[in-house]
Design a protein. Structure first.
Length: 357
């Protein structure tokens, strides 16, 4: 166990609290290793009727996985120190936990009050109930650090209405409460999440159908989030992000000529060209794969990224030196050929991700 994650019971409600508020509740391998067996116990225990997961503090549910730790392990391996095993263990165990959440047989309520990015998306979006608030800020910004949307997000993004998922995957755009509901990332919205855990605990303690009890609590607390800002751009999204190549998407955004499209084009210019091309290929492939297939694919991509330049440069620029001036390699889209993209999808030397029987 670790103090970074709190596993407890509130009557018949299992409660997970991500407890690293100073780090925006970023997810570490020990946190994953504590949460995964807790879900196994609660799934098998008839005295546990539902589960809720929250983030400590007032800023974030979970701002992502602990990519700094993966960066340090990879850098040590490159310097001839250590075996780099964390770069495989972290992603493998995280993805297995994402799958476990998707298969959890009881109501699983993620309360997304604050920042929800990367690993935080994986801890929530696969659950049965995802509750957003006016403070929710949701994104998958991995193309900005030399990675790609993972934690099963390729599966989810590929199934959003129209081409919104492709847009979010490539640009890393941040969305709020109304857009989360509009795109299916969330199932419910509340004006204030305080007191929600207590209300859920009381409701599921009351007997009857646990799912109906959870639904009733969330319905009673529901608020109208108002119009979804992205809805106004549906035609542009679907027209511009339909291309099979990132270059075609960039050209379509240039041709669209409206300020919103121009902003998306400018955002893409600062992101890893390799990540952009790998991400687009992954989203397109995810459309025809189940979640397990997407997680296996994502694991392959994660290990490929750990072996290449852009992830280490992206983390250096964002989290280490904090100069926000990454030097990507290749530096341009035309420098990323199809063979380089395809190489990311090859089976890792250590083998594919496997799941428990």
């Amino acid at each position: 166990m670790t103090d970074d994650i709190l596993i407890e019971r509130r009557g018949t409600l299992g409660l997970v609290t991500l407890n690293r508020p100073k780090a925006l509740n970023a997810l570490t391998l020990p946190m994953i290793e504590a949460m995964s067996p807790a879900l196994d116990r609660w799934a098998a225990d008839p005295a546990v009727r539902a589960v809720a997961i929250v983030g400590a503090g007032d800023r974030a549910f979970c701002a992502g996985g602990d990519v700094r730790a993966a960066w340090e392990a990879g850098m040590a391996l490159r310097a001839g120190r250590g075996d780099g095993s964390l770069t495989a263990a972290f992603f493998g165990e995280e993805y297995r936990l994402n799958r476990k959440i998707a298969r959890f047989p009881k109501p699983y309520v993620a309360i997304l009050d604050g920042i929800v990015m990367g690993g935080g998306v994986g801890l929530s979006v696969h659950g049965s109930h995802r509750v957003v608030t006016p403070r929710t800020l949701f994104a998958m910004p991995e193309t900005g650090i030399g990675l790609f949307p993972d934690v099963g997000a390729t599966y989810v993004l590929a199934r959003m209405p129209g081409l919104y998922g492709t847009h979010l995957a490539l640009t890393g755009a941040r969305i709020g409460m109304a857009d989360c509901l509009h795109l299916g990332a969330a199932t419910h919205s509340v004006a204030d999440a305080s007191g929600l855990v207590d209300a859920l605990a009381a409701a599921v303690d009351g007997g009857g159908d646990a799912r109906a009890a959870v639904d009733a609590v969330l319905a009673a607390a529901a608020t109208d989030p108002g119009p979804a800002p992205l809805a106004a751009h549906r035609a542009t999204v679907d027209a511009c992000f339909a291309g099979g190549r990132v270059e075609a998407i960039v050209a379509a955004l240039d041709a669209a000529g409206d300020p919103w499209a121009t902003a998306q084009r400018e955002a893409l210019a600062h992101l890893s060209p390799t990540s952009l091309k790998v991400t687009l290929a992954a989203i397109r492939r995810a459309a025809t794969r189940d979640l397990d297939g997407c997680l296996v694919m994502e694991y392959r991509l994660s290990q490929a990224c750990m072996a290449r330049h852009d992830f280490y440069e992206g983390i250096r620029a964002l989290l280490v030196d904090k100069d926000r001036s990454p030097k990507w390699s290749p530096a341009t889209l035309d420098g990323v050929d199809d063979a380089l993209v395809e190489a990311h999808f090859a089976m890792p030397a250590g083998g594919d991700l496997t799941f428990p029987a």
